[in-house]
Write a protein that binds this ligand. Structure first.
Ligand code: G6P
Length: 608
């Protein structure tokens, strides 16, 4: 879950590396480091803290001469985020520097072996063993040293390697975790994500597991696990660097909330042609679709919450049983999954380690896999049988907003498409649902416009120590995401509860002045929610109600109100999350939190 960048060319490397690193900070931001090769030396600066701090230490990189180097921003796994544990790590005699994303699972055994050989370790990381192995195996042939080193490693890793004796040359290796090569003119790059490269080149190669690449200023060569040169496809990135900049907003999160109408529109419009949902690229035949006896959705974090919404919508429309399971649980069960299971995997990054493992487990049991993914060319997109890309564009804030809402849009598209194919919808209802899908972008815009007062509500409620989100049915699914949004960026304890379940224990925690956010957008259940609101008010709680625009009864029940615009009830989770995103954002802002980079988190979780 760290970010790595490599550069070789004729420009001064460190400023280029730091610029790339800055764009990868969402992957980890507890420490950072940079190394450049100059003459036959490696010059390194690394420190705990942010990339901005590293830039201060190096004058924006200008104090480090050299045209070839590596950089790293860390999310600590092995060893605290200290200066010494920051990457890069040097080999014993300083011949090699290594940056690493992932976990070397057999590092303890390798470390004992190396300590027995007399090597004194400088850090507590799993990565340092890699630098020492490289030095041990180097006999003048860098590629061979890299391959021999990789053959000793178990676990998941992406490595960047530079050697003081090989001017202008870099190696990178991928074994799980994202790695992209950038092809420039007289300069080449690698990075964990295209966002680090797109300011300098749009021509990229997506590396696969088991591959390694050798980069010089003039040439990029990719090899397979056996060292055989292979030809890779060069892809062209379609978005501009502005998409990964703040564009005048105070935080990426706010910018990304505001981008949702456009992102949802792109996701939906690209799949509707002539009034019909088009998945002509799917390999699923109508017979296969009819042959599935259940659907299993798996994901992590907010993507899992999107899956919970998906269950309600798919079951309602398709009348097929849907299970939703956290990928970290599914991967270690013995699930009942076979060729009659359709697996839906949801992931913004397409690189989440638990999601990939669960997906592999289910596919090995015969499940067909449909992936809903944002990042083009990511591991999950490439492993799946079929892909629905969300078109959120790059999402930089660690707390997902447009990533989540575009996942909902993709799940809705699939649900309506599948229901029609299964013969569950008459033409009139199908046309109505397609119209409702097309209306979603303007409903999201309306949800933004209706709730600009969220900042004033945040001023009133930001001092809460703990709160509850309650809802029923799809509102309960949305409550899970609303609650996570608040807690992850404001550090206020928050829990989502099915409104009817609160009285079975958790109501014991309700006391005077505790805020309960009551989601009341499923109108057929509004009266039930009113009863739940009264239960908590009777115990002294204050209530922030979220209701459909035009609902006046909510004023009688709630202390404050947020609104969701009126639209198809089955799709309500999408517009109704917007006021909760805004509320979470403004509460975190009131509390002075680092909104785009909340403590302890990382956006792309490529370790277990
Ligand atoms: C991290 C992010 C979450 C995200 C989850 C799953 O925890 O902070 O925002 O929902 O990973 O990520 P994915 O890329 O698979 O959607």
């Amino acid at each position: 879950m760290c970010g790595i960048v490599g550069y070789t060319g004729s420009a001064q490397a460190a400023p280029v590396l730091l610029d790339g690193l800055r764009r990868l900070e969402y992957r980890g931001y507890d420490s950072a480091g940079v190394v450049v090769q100059t003459g036959d030396e490696l010059k390194m600066v690394k420190a705990s803290g942010s990339v901005a701090h590293l830039a201060e230490l190096t004058g924006g990189g200008r104090s480090l001469e050299g045209v070839c180097g590596l950089a790293h921003t860390r999310w600590a796994t092995h060893g605290a985020p200290t200066d010494t544990n920051a990457h890069p790590h040097l080999s014993e005699h300083g011949l090699f520097a290594v940056v690493h994303n992932g976990i070397i699972e057999n590092f303890a055994a390798l470390r004992s072996e190396q300590e027995a050989e007399g090597i004194v370790f400088r850090s507590e990381t799993d990565t340092e063993v890699v630098a020492h192995l490289l030095e041990k195996y180097y006999d003048g042939d860098l590629k061979r040293a890299v391959m021999r080193t990789a053959s000793r490693l178990e676990g998941s890793y992406v490595l960047g390697v530079v050697c003081s004796k090989e001017p202008g040359k870099l190696f990178c290796v991928k074994e799980a975790g994202p790695l992209i090569l950038g092809l420039g003119v007289g300069e080449n790059y690698f990075a964990s994500d295209v966002t680090a490269l797109v300011a300098r080149t749009k021509n990229v190669i997506y590396m696969d597991d088991g591959e390694l690449a050798e980069l010089t200023a003039e040439r990029v060569t990719v090899y397979d696990r056996t060292g055989r040169e292979i030809t890779k496809t060069v892809s062209h990135v379609v978005w501009d660097i502005e998409a990964a900049e703040k564009g005048g907003y105070e935080h990426f999160m706010l910018k990304e909330i505001m981008e949702q109408p456009r992102a949802v529109k792109s996701t939906i419009d690209l799949r509707i042609r002539g009034g019909r949902i088009a998945f002509e690229d799917f390999s699923l035949t109508p017979e296969e679709l009819k042959g599935f006896d259940k659907i299993v959705i798996t994901a992590c974090g907010s993507a899992y919450h999107a899956g919970v919404v998906g269950k309600y919508v798919i079951e309602a429309l398709c009348r097929v049983s849907v299970e939703v399971e956290l990928a970290s649980e599914l991967r270690y069960r013995d699930p009942i999954i076979d060729g009659h299971t359709l697996l839906i995997v949801v992931s913004q990054s397409g690189e989440t380690a638990d999601t990939i493992a669960a997906m592999r487990e289910c596919m090995a049991r015969g499940a067909k896999c449909l992936a809903i993914v944002n990042v083009v060319g990511s591991t999950i997109a490439r492993l799946a049988d079929n892909v629905i890309y969300t078109h959120a564009g790059p999402e930089i804030a660690v707390a997902t907003t447009k990533g989540y809402t575009t996942q909902l849009a993709a799940l809705y598209l699939f649900a309506v498409w599948c229901a029609e194919r299964l013969g569950r919808l008459d033409e009139a209802r199908y046309a109505e649902l397609v119209d409702s899908l097309r209306a979603l972008p303007s409903l999201v815009q309306r949800a933004i416009d209706l709730n600009l007062h969220a900042r004033y509500l945040a001023e009133r409620w930001h001092g809460q120590k703990s709160l509850f989100f309650i809802g029923r049915n799809i509102d309960y699914a949305a409550a899970m995401e609303g609650s996570l949004k608040l807690k992850e960026i404001s550090y206020i304890h928050s829990e989502a509860y099915a409104a009817g379940e609160l009285k079975h224990g958790t109501i014991a925690l309700i006391d005077e002045k505790r805020l309960v956010v009551a989601l009341c957008c499923q109108e057929r259940l509004f009266d039930k929610m009113v009863s739940n609101i009264q239960e908590v008010k009777a115990r002294g709680a204050k209530v922030l109600g979220l209701a459909i625009e035009g609902n006046r009864r909510i004023f009688a029940e709630a202390d404050d109100v947020l609104y969701a615009p009126r639209g198809e009830q089955l799709f309500a989770a999408l517009p109704e999350i917007v006021p909760l995103q805004l509320f979470a954002y403004y509460v975190a802002r009131e509390n002075g939190c680092d909104i785009d980079k909340p403590r302890n988190l990382a956006k792309s979780v490529t370790v277990e």
